[in-house]
Unconditional design. Structure first.
Length: 50
């Protein structure tokens, strides 16, 4: 899941939708692909992946 969030924040950075240092809230259902609602929320500080 962390790799997916890292890819998502890199995408947002590259599109200019967020800036480094900003905070975003990600929500998802875990396990991925199973319907039934959101059961995970993660607060992420935006940083570029190495």
């Amino acid at each position: 899941m962390d790799d997916l969030l890292s890819s998502a924040t890199d995408f947002l950075l590259n599109k200019g939708m967020v800036r480094e240092g900003e905070i975003v809230v990600c929500s998802a259902g875990v396990p991925v692909g199973v319907s039934g609602g959101t059961n995970m929320i993660k607060v992420v500080k935006v940083e570029r992946a190495d």
